[in-house]
Design a protein around this ligand. Structure first.
Ligand SMILES: Cc1cc2nc3c(=O)[nH]c(=O)nc-3n(C[C@H](O)[C@H](O)[C@H](O)COP(=O)(O)OP(=O)(O)OC[C@H]3O[C@@H](n4cnc5c(N)ncnc54)[C@H](O)[C@@H]3O)c2cc1C
Length: 444
């Protein structure tokens, strides 16, 4: 621990040397797909108003617009400014709790349904990208899940060798001696490959969804926060700085950016910072040594690191939850850099070209949630794994709001828990995360 802190302090001390001359504190993805211009006039009335123009909101809007409902999507910032153009682009089956954990909470039948939703979310994105012809570097390289301790490897191995009760994962074990076939590091004790996990360029993907929503007839109004929402007999009145919208139904799609506008939801999601750096360009031979396959990677630590080569294989995009609510990307970067170099000592000296972060939404039961309260719909709480799930549950909640078939989800059948005295300010995170870090450092 002392050594590790020393390493981070050294990185911080020489922080200015860590950054390239053309360093950007914005997502790497924005170089290729800059944020969409903000603007648009809010209509006086709409059948459906969607709050939030990320994956959830736009997938919902595609459904409501395609079902003939006038739809406006409103966002405080540019469309996609939240997590949906900031993420790592890893596409998995998203559900974190195991089958046994779900079974003990909800019984066998609902546990199976929840896990099937995870698979459906991954498959939905593949199908959507194909059907809409979205050029977003979607491919299926699989994911290597590295074991950070011997014990973690044994647990991964046991889990992998037991037939999955619900899904056909195709997962296979990578014994410790073969780790270098997957990754150029000696710090993992083997791992497991999930060959069906996919990846994409999240900025291109988001732009493709926004274009699809607009073509379907939805109106985008951005740079325009919804400041107040009042219920009345015919629906809802949304106040924005650019005018009032009367909407029959509202879909709240604000995930990690959920605020006081929706106090009931605010009390149920826990915003947590997640951060990524992109390295300067790396020599092809070195990249091939470090990443001998195309796979994306994450590991078994509680404070997980997730990383991958950029789609052109010229840079490494290295992410982790290294801070709680840091908003200065120059401050989050040294911690990620220190871990990157610990894993891959050959990268000592490599500079950082981009650093950014965003706020994911955890929930108290580590599950995502959908629901409705008399015309007010929500889908959120993806626990850092929303590329597939936000897209899929956005689609489902949009159908539900449209009164169309296919709107129900397994998550409608579970409560959305909160905790006494929690009002949206996660005061308990700092000690909880410190405990996770200590656990990760001392685990054997
Ligand atoms: C650094 C990082 C890496 C990640 N990596 C991955 C990954 O590799 N794989 C994966 O599956 N997931 C990943 N995620 C999570 C994933 O990106 C999110 O779960 C997903 O994008 C959530 O989409 P969303 O549309 O629900 O929310 P967001 O995209 O966050 O959009 C919410 C929007 O709501 C708007 N909003 C909030 N309040 C208001 C208001 N009052 N009025 C108007 N607008 C409002 C915000 O401005 C924001 O644009 C990552 C997240 C981050 C931050």
């Amino acid at each position: 621990m002392v050594l590790e802190d020393h390493r981070i302090r050294q990185s911080m001390k020489h922080a200015n040397d860590l950054f390239t001359d053309d360093f950007k504190g914005t997502p790497y993805w924005w170089d290729r797909t800059p944020p969409m211009p903000v603007g648009g006039e809010p209509p006086a009335s709409a059948d459906v108003a969607v709050i939030g123009a990320g994956y959830t909101g736009l997938h919902a809007a595609i459904q409501t617009a395609r079902h003939g409902l006038s739809t406006v999507v409103i966002d405080t910032e540019a469309a996609g400014y939240g997590c949906s153009t900031r993420n790592g682009g890893h596409l998995s089956t998203s559900v974190k709790p195991s089958f046994d954990a779900l079974k003990s909470r909800y019984g066998e039948s609902l546990a199976r349904d929840i896990l099937r939703e995870g698979q459906a979310s991954r498959d939905y994105v593949e199908q959507f990208v194909r059907d809409e012809g979205i050029d977003c570097d979607f491919h299926v390289p699989g994911r290597f899940h590295g074991a950070h301790t011997r014990r973690a490897f044994e647990s991964l191995r046991r889990e992998c060798e037991t037939p999955h009760p619900v899904l056909d994962t195709g997962a296979f074990v990578v014994p410790p001696a073969d780790t270098r076939r997957e990754l150029g590091t000696d710090l993992y004790h083997g791992g497991v490959v999930f060959p069906r996990y996919a990846c994409l360029d999240p900025g291109r993907y988001h732009r493709g969804i926004a274009d699809t929503a607009t073509k379907a007839g939805a109106t985008l109004v951005t740079g325009c926060p919804v400041r107040e929402m009042q219920r009345h007999a015919g629906g809802f009145r949304l106040a924005t700085p650019r005018g009032t919208v009367n909407a029959k139904r509202v879909i709240v799609a604000t995930n990690g950016y959920t605020g006081a506008l929706t106090p009931w939801l605010h009390r149920r999601v826990i915003p947590i910072g997640s951060y990524i750096i992109a390295t300067d360009v790396i020599e092809p031979a070195l990249m091939d040594r470090l990443f001998p396959t195309e796979r994306v990677v994450c590991d078994t630590r509680k404070m997980v690191y997730y990383y991958r080569p950029s789609p052109d294989r010229r840079r490494i995009l290295f992410g982790g939850r290294v801070s709680l609510r840091e908003t200065d990307p120059r401050r989050s970067a040294p911690r990620l850099h220190a871990e990157l170099v610990r894993l891959f000592p050959e990268l000592d000296g490599v500079k950082i070209s981009h650093s950014w972060g965003g706020f994911v939404a955890y929930s108290f039961d580590t599950l995502m949630h959908t629901g409705e309260d008399d015309g007010l719909f929500h889908a959120m709480g993806y626990c850092g794994s929303g590329v597939g799930m936000a897209s899929y549950l956005g689609m489902r909640i949009g159908r539900k709001a449209a009164g169309a078939p296919g709107g129900d989800t397994a998550f409608d059948r579970i409560g959305f828990p909160t905790r006494p005295y929690y009002t949206g300010n996660p005061w308990f995170l700092a000690p909880a995360i410190l405990a996770c870090r200590l656990h990760d450092r001392y685990a054997r």
